[in-house]
Write a protein that binds this ligand. Structure first.
Ligand code: ADE
Length: 232
């Protein structure tokens, strides 16, 4: 699942070009019994199976031996801290990090005690495994590594880099079944377009994610747009 995703799109091309390197490790390769067992019943009883600690410990030992000490060992789990832009920035500045994917009902707590430095949740919902969560983190972090996305300016302009949602985009045709593109975008007046976009971004953010505005870094025009909306 993770390998397939790593081969595609912006990330796939970055991996091909060697700008980022991503290794995928199967926990079963770090077991020593015939059945390559990675889980067991929970002490104390209860439903479901718990992922054993040893395969994680061995996997991390192997990775450390081959690639050196990782700057972060992050466990993907709904119990983790919410993964946001700030975490993506922090991870993007690390030379090497390990993402551990949990599965089934839980992971032996000693994995957290002995290995994990960051516990990361991608949202308040439960996935059956951490693989998709890890893929989300890899994609978001890799975008912030210089050279992964061709246009560095577009990364700087991304919504959460600035704390505002994006303004609406349009492309041809200028009229679609009677729905016209806003006039200002056809005007060729760059100043007016910039102002319109800032207002739209502020309006959307205020309507959909007002809490983002508490930490958003606004310029004079954006601040003016916000007070105008507040006085509407
Ligand atoms: N594993 C299962 N659910 C998850 C979530 N919401 N975030 C990260 N890892 C998970």
């Amino acid at each position: 699942m993770v390998k397939a995703m790593l081969g595609e799109g912006v990330l796939g091309r970055a991996v091909e070009r060697g700008v980022v390197t991503v290794g995928v490790h199967d926990l079963r390769d770090y077991t020593s019994d015939r059945h390559r067992t990675v889980d067991d019943v929970p002490y104390g009883g209860g439903p479901g199976m718990v992922l054993k600690a040893e395969p994680f410990v061995r996997a991390c030992e192997g990775i450390r031996r081959d690639h050196g000490e990782p700057a972060s060992v992050a466990l993907m789990s709904p119990q983790g801290r919410p993964f946001r832009h700030a975490e993506a920035v922090r991870f993007s500045q690390l030379r090497h990090m390990v993402l551990l994917c949990g599965r089934y009902e839980g992971v032996d707590e000693r994995v957290r005690d002995q290995l994990v430095t960051d516990e990361v949740s991608i949202g308040d919902y439960v996935l059956s495994g951490g693989e998709l969560a890890a893929a989300v983190v890899v994609e978001a972090v890799a975008r912030l590594v210089p050279g992964v996305v061709g246009d560095a300016e577009s990364v700087r302009q991304d919504s959460f880099a600035r704390g505002l949602l994006d303004y609406p985009d349009y492309t041809r045709p200028a009229s679609l079944d009677g729905h016209a593109v806003p006039e200002v975008l056809l005007s060729g007046h760059h100043g007016a377009i910039r102002t319109w976009r800032k207002r739209q971004a502020v309006r959307r953010t205020r309507e959909r994610r007002p809490e983002l505005l508490e930490h958003a870094v606004l310029d004079d025009e954006e601040r003016a747009a916000l007070s105008a909306l507040e006085n509407e």
